[in-house]
Design a protein around this ligand. Structure first.
Ligand code: ADP
Ligand code: ZN
Length: 521
């Protein structure tokens, strides 16, 4: 253990281990297995890099992040650590050089893409040298229901079978109980020591805003709070990545696009500009970001609703790794709920799979619609209790709630009345009916004669959309699979219509409530 502290100091220049690091390092140095759940930026790398230097032999790191291996090796080399990698991007002679270094005992760390272990030569190569430990990075990739599943990760239980005496450390920033259990089981780490760090990131201010004109809202955020800052903007589709990047560039922001449909070289160039230059805004799909270690990302913005809290947490976790105040901002609206419910309905996969997707979405929606502290809700999802943080939008500007039962009944009974005529419509048309707008369409369809025509003049269009969104989020209202976003009743709608169920709703502010500037930690 003294040796570990010396390595930490001499190689990295750090004074002390952080949090769980010391215990993990000690466990692995002594030859024990460890399963480490630590948030992004928590310092997972040192948990295997230090033991690899202390123990005899080479630390073998299995990582899916092929695009980052060169960067990781360069960073280690700069510290004087002897590191190399083996993946499919290399020329045979480059691979040979790394293999020779390993066999000569001249490597402290060897990064391996998981598919390398499919090849018998790799297994034999490892046998001919000395393995100090196996590190399984991004271990949640073994979870078949997670968003980053890699089939080759399932094979990693072979490490234990083939080299039972070599300690293993699996690491991830994804930490629901379910993923945790799945990693332990699939990687045969039940007997390992489990280290679960706090998932709180106090320097990140979480904010979820009603979506109105998302690009304008984003621009406003950048100009008022994050002028010249580096940040990531996540969009759901490739086309909206392109459009958003262009929108920002036209308004003087240094923004670059990143998605899987772009040419590989363009992607690599944009990624490297983001990492090396200051103040670059990366507009990306979720294809971007895993393993990106840029300490001064000051904001992460989502223009579309993430599919799960895990995904949201990982993506927002890329902000503020340096511990300084940062913003996680999400624009969320009715269309997001409609779109995602429909995507689940029309997705391939069996009923169990759809139920899982629905459960993920519901947890995300609960986070969006909560009137309580976002951080409490987020940490609670990861099984960690906490107190209201005072540094999220709902803590800073507590939303009011109101009894929306009657409004819900008005909206749902309009859906019923249309249904009786064999008709289904989207939100816009429903709101027109409720607000008593005799538009040409409403008149032509004879909807001015519906008994609910004009019963909702007390609420604004925006307020009605807020009601509809919250009913959708709570599954008191459903979306058709026809692709037009038309609305239908759900199994739970009847209890509202019969007055057996009270509906409490969040009051929507017509403008985007601006919270005060983020606090430093
Ligand atoms: P993770 O992989 O968990 O996202 P990293 O291993 O990349 O996190 O560490 C995040 C940052 O914290 C890095 O810049 C790293 O150098 C720094 N760091 C980690 N441990 C320590 C420590 N004990 N003392 C000082 N800095 C540390
Ligand atoms: Zn809070």
């Amino acid at each position: 253990v003294a040796a570990a502290s010396a390595v930490l100091h001499d190689v990295w220049g750090y004074d002390a281990f952080r949090g769980e690091q010391a215990d993990v390092v000690e466990t692995v140095v002594r030859g024990g297995d460890a399963l480490v759940l630590m948030p992004t930026g928590g310092g997972k790398s040192l948990c295997y890099q230090v033991p690899a230097l202390v123990r005899e032999g080479t630390g073998v790191v299995v990582s899916p992040l092929i695009a980052l291996m060169q960067d990781q090796v360069d960073a280690l080399s700069a510290l004087g650590v002897r590191a190399g990698f083996l993946n499919s991007t290399q020329q045979p002679h480059q691979r040979r050089a790394v293999e020779d270094a390993y066999l000569a005992g001249e490597l402290d760390l060897l990064y391996l893409a998981p598919e390398r272990l499919r090849v018998r030569e790799t297994v034999e190569l490892l046998d001919r040298g000395t393995v100090a430990l196996f590190a399984i990075d991004e271990a949640h990739c073994v979870s078949q229901w997670g968003h980053d599943f890699r089939p080759d990760y399932l094979r990693l239980s072979m490490l234990h079978e083939r080299w039972p005496e070599v300690p293993r450390v699996a690491l991830t920033a994804t930490a629901t109980d379910q993923t945790h259990a799945e990693i332990a089981e699939r990687l045969q780490l039940e007997d390992a020591r489990h280290f679960v760090a706090s998932f709180d990131r106090p320097n990140i201010q979480y904010r979820i805003a009603p979506k109105d004109k998302p690009r304008e809202q984003l621009l406003d955020l950048l100009r008022t709070e994050h002028e010249g800052d580096a940040g990531i903007v996540y969009c759901l589709s490739r086309s909206s990545v392109e459009q958003t990047a262009q929108f920002l560039v036209e308004r003087g922001v240094t923004a670059l696009p990143y998605h899987a449909g772009l040419d590989r070289q363009v992607r690599a160039r944009n990624q490297s500009r983001f990492l090396r230059e200051e103040g670059v805004v990366m507009v990306a799909t979720i294809a971007f970001g895993m393993g990106i270690d840029k300490p001064d990302v000051r904001f992460v913005a989502h223009l579309d609703l993430p599919k799960s809290v895990e995904g949201y947490y990982q993506e927002t976790g890329r902000a503020g790794r340096d511990g300084l105040a940062s913003t996680a901002w999400l624009a969320y609206g009715l269309a997001d709920v409609v779109q995602q419910r429909r995507m689940i309905d029309t997705s391939e996969g069996d009923a169990a799979h759809k139920r899982r997707l629905t459960a993920h979405l519901d947890a995300m929606l609960a986070l969006c619609e909560t009137v309580g502290c976002r951080r409490v809700q987020l940490l609670n999802y990861f099984g960690q209790a906490s107190q209201p943080c005072g540094n999220c939008d709902t803590c800073l500007t507590p939303p009011e709630s109101w009894d929306g039962t009657v409004a819900a009944q008005k909206l749902l009974s309009t859906v019923v009345r249309l249904d009786q005529r064999g008709q289904r419509y989207g939100v816009g048309h429903l709101v027109d009916i409720l607000r008593g707008k005799a538009t040409p369409r409403v008149t032509q369809l004879g909807h001015t004669s519906l008994s609910t025509f004009g019963v909702g003049t007390d609420l604004s269009d925006g307020a009605w959309r807020g009601v509809a969104r919250q009913l959708l989020a709570a599954e008191l209202l459903g979306v058709d699979t026809d692709g037009y976003g038309t609305l239908r009743l759900t199994a739970d709608s009847a209890s509202v219509l019969r007055g057996e169920r009270q509906v409490r709703l969040r009051r929507e502010s017509s403008t985007v409530a601006r919270t005060r500037a983020p606090r430093a930690r």
